[in-house]
Structure formats: C-alpha cells, structure tokens
Design a protein around this ligand. Structure first.
Ligand code: FES
Ligand code: FES
Length: 270
C-alpha cells in the first residue's frame, strides 16, 4: 500500500505492507533510526514520536494508519541545530540516559510541556509513566524538565541562578512594565551614568527623563534570547535579542554595579 506523510516538516512517502509497523517504516524504510525499538510490545516508550501534535508509541500503530499525518521524530526536535530548551535541560542537568530510552523520553516530555508549560514534579513523573528505564533512574530527567520549565518561564530566558542574572531580570521587568521612575530609583545610584556612543546622562532626575522618553519611543515586549552573558562581582554584560513595538533588535549592555545598583551603564544597538 502507498503511504504519504509529513515527517519533521518534510513530505515522505513509500510502499509498505499493510502489516508494517510505523516504527519499522520510520527506521527501516526512511532511516530515521533515532526512534528506537525497546520492547515491541507497547510498554517501554522508546519508540515514542509526535503524531498530529500528540505523543504516541509508534510500535502500536501501523504505517498505513499514519497516512496523511504530521509526524515529528527526535531527529526533528532541534531546529537548525539549536537544541530545544528541554534538550538543553537534558544536557545541563545530566538527564541523558542511554540511546534507547532518551529519544522516547524527550518526545513524551515535549508533549507534556506543550500541554502543561508549568508541570509539578508529580505531573512530570506522571508524564513519564509510559517511558521505562531498566537501569538507572529518573531523577536527573525530572531536573532536566524543571530546568526547561524555569528557563521557558523566565522573562530573560535564563536560569536565574546568580546575582547578575537576577539583576538583569529585574531590569527587564521594569523595562517591559514601562516604569521609568521605579527602574531608576530601584536599580541606579543617585549619580549613576548611562551612556551610549553619542550621548551621556547622569543622575536620577536626568535618568528618569531619559528612560521616560525611551519608553515612549520603544516598548520592549520580550527578550527573545540572551547571549554572551558574563558577570563578575561588580559588572554584568551581555548581548540580547529583543522584540519591541518596532521589531526585533539586537542590543548589548554593560553594567557596572556597586552594592547591587548600577553606577555606570553603557548601552548600544548592534
Ligand atoms: S518499542 Fe514501542 S513501547 Fe517499546
Ligand atoms: S533504558 Fe536507557 S538508561 Fe535505562
């Protein structure tokens, strides 16, 4: 029988026997061997894929049943070589287990996070019920999911685990909230300087006026990514991609800090 389906955003087709399992079609006919066969009896979850937005065990379906379906396998999880936040969590929190169970866990947990972006630990464990590991444990997998949840829900898309990152998130909270007076009073010293290549502003009154004008002109909607973040006890610097009412902009900032407040701030657009 002839089947056609979309897999990882690309069209695929082939001729299969009616009894062929979907997992065998993916692995043997299409060479997508990231999806594993661990038991062949529907218990282990190694063969989990996303089918029309829902995780399914591909050893429990025939290939012909997937006719016309939109499928994602582990090969399609990372876009353009960039790991998803969940995959990054596996990396950062040592959630990686063996090559058999990990792909299926990633797919099941992708489904969980799509439907529940802030799962509790109990909900994460329930989400993993269909994925069996025969040899290690689940503890670091839970931590990987918690990493992904924390990062996805952070205003600045970071794990906030240092004073510099906490400072940066606070700064962005004021900017997104459009509150120039509180921003200056809470984050800047009385005689702080904010500068760019062609202007310099000093002191609370001037800074409030500066940020008031800036926020009238530019409304920050979201920090899309934060890169090259470095901090010392007295400084924070980074590049960031931000979405504003004027489009996507790439910016960089350097903050010199004294007692947790800004004494000097250089800012620029790339
Ligand atoms: S191979 Fe499909 S559940 Fe084990
Ligand atoms: S089955 Fe993969 S680490 Fe246990």
């Amino acid at each position: 029988m002839h089947v056609s389906m979309t897999i990882n955003q690309k069209p695929h087709e082939g001729d299969v026997e009616p009894r062929m399992l979907l997992v065998d079609f993916l692995r043997d006919d299409l060479g997508l061997t990231g999806t594993k066969i661990g038991c062949d009896t529907g218990q282990c979850g190694s063969c989990t894929i996303m089918l029309n937005g829902v995780s399914v065990k591909s050893c429990t379906m025939l290939a012909v049943q997937a006719e016309g379906a939109d499928i994602n396998t582990i090969e399609g999880a990372a876009h353009g070589g960039t790991l998803t936040t969940l995959q990054e969590g596996f990396w950062e929190r040592h959630g990686l287990q063996c090559g058999f169970c990990t792909p299926g866990m990633v797919m099941s947990l992708t489904d969980l996070l799509q439907h529940n972006p802030r799962p509790t630990e109990a909900e994460i464990r329930r989400g993993l019920e269909g994925n069996l590991c025969r040899c290690t444990g689940y503890q670091n997998v839970i931590k990987a999911v918690q990493y992904a949840v924390e990062k996805s829900n952070s205003l600045v898309h970071m794990i906030i685990d240092t004073p510099g990152k906490a400072f940066y998130e606070r700064q962005v909270r004021y900017l997104i909230g459009g509150n120039p007076d509180a921003l200056v009073e809470d984050n800047y010293h009385e005689d702080a300087v904010v500068a760019s290549f062609d202007w310099t502003v000093r002191g609370h009154a001037a800074l409030k006026e500066h940020f008031r004008n800036y926020m009238r002109w530019v409304q920050i909607k979201e920090v899309v990514t934060t890169d090259k973040f470095t901090e010392t006890e007295t400084s924070v610097s980074f590049e960031a991609t931000v979405r504003t009412n004027r489009g996507i902009t790439r910016i960089y900032d350097v903050f010199m800090l004294k007692d947790g407040k800004v004494s000097y701030h250089f800012t620029g657009v790339k």
